[in-house]
Design a protein around this ligand. Structure first.
Ligand SMILES: NC(=O)c1ccc[n+]([C@@H]2O[C@H](COP(=O)([O-])OP(=O)(O)OC[C@H]3O[C@@H](n4cnc5c(N)ncnc54)[C@H](OP(=O)(O)O)[C@@H]3O)[C@@H](O)[C@H]2O)c1
Length: 258
């Protein structure tokens, strides 16, 4: 197959949590735009390799990197892989696009929250993106992009996912601060706030008719979201077309709870 040509030609992108769900779709979409994509995964190596295979068979370029982002050693391991790819792919010189997507869901009320459940969701959804970004900053090229995956739950109060919502509120604040800090380097930083998306995270909700009706009914477009609905927004934010957009949290929820 011939090599892909697109808006992200020659760029190196890192997408965390790209073995499945939203991250997988973002990885496929950025590769379609011509980026060389580092497909990060936590545990599902075979699924990440399948994403790489799909990209390569479509004429794109990708490599899988496994790392548990809940530990400092795991974050170091991710960047050993990133540095190696940057060296081989472009003779060093860092990378261009970071998508902080990996995360966990947690349907837990305030009353049900334990110290352990709170620390777990904070560790993966807040602490990991912060320290991944800290490692990324010296490697990210000026003019690059950071895209954080937040959620519409920061706009709509959802006490059934109490601590999870707090983690995404932290991501929105993180996004604004980073955008201010990195403006002088012409790096834009934005967040996407998806609504209910058809991924394993929502398997419980979307497997029965009541859950499906609830999920579709939240959106004014009367359907739940697919990972591609988020990936297309990520492709815009990764591209030069979004050059004058920074520090923003873009709702991608089909107008849920308007
Ligand atoms: N689905 C939704 O409705 C929705 C809505 C709003 C926002 N979001 C956000 O969108 C992002 C992706 O969600 P999704 O629904 O696509 O999730 P998903 O299908 O459950 O996939 C989660 C991804 O994160 C990775 N991951 C989880 N914990 C990890 C860890 N400790 N270390 C490394 N990787 C880890 C997983 O890797 P492995 O599978 O390889 O272990 C997987 O690739 C999350 O930040 C989520 O909060 C989702």
């Amino acid at each position: 197959m011939s090599k892909v040509q697109g808006r992200l030609e020659g760029q190196l992108a890192v997408v965390t949590g790209a073995s499945r769900g939203i991250g997988r779709s973002i990885a496929l979409r950025l590769a379609q735009e011509g980026a060389y994509v580092l497909v990060h995964y936590g545990t599902r190596e075979a699924e990440a390799e399948a994403v790489v295979q799909q990209i390569v068979s479509g004429g794109g370029q990708a490599r899988a990197i496994g790392a548990d982002l809940s530990t400092p050693d795991g974050i170091q391991a991710l960047f050993v892989g990133v540095d190696d790819a940057a060296r081989k792919h472009r003779g060093g010189g860092g990378f261009d696009i970071l998508v902080n997507n990996a995360g966990i869901g947690q349907i837990v009320t305030l009353e049900e929250t334990t110290e352990e459940s709170f620390e777990e969701v904070m560790r993966i959804n807040v602490k990991a993106p912060l320290f991944v970004t800290q490692q990324a900053l010296p490697r990210l090229r000026d003019g690059g992009r950071i895209i954080n995956i937040s959620s519409f739950v920061t706009r709509v109060a959802s006490p059934s996912v109490f601590a999870y919502s707090m983690t995404k509120g932290a991501i929105d604040t993180f996004t604004k601060m980073l955008a201010k800090q990195l403006g002088s380097r012409h790096i834009t930083v934005n967040a996407i706030q998806p609504g209910i998306i058809n991924t394993e995270m929502n398997a419980g909700t979307l497997q029965n008719p009541q859950g499906q009706a609830y999920a579709a009914g939240l959106s004014v477009l009367n359907r739940w979201g697919e990972p591609e609905d988020v990936a297309d927004v990520a492709a815009f934010l990764a591209s030069a077309d979004s050059r004058w957009v920074t520090g923003q949290c873009l709702d991608a929820s089909g107008g849920s709870c308007l």
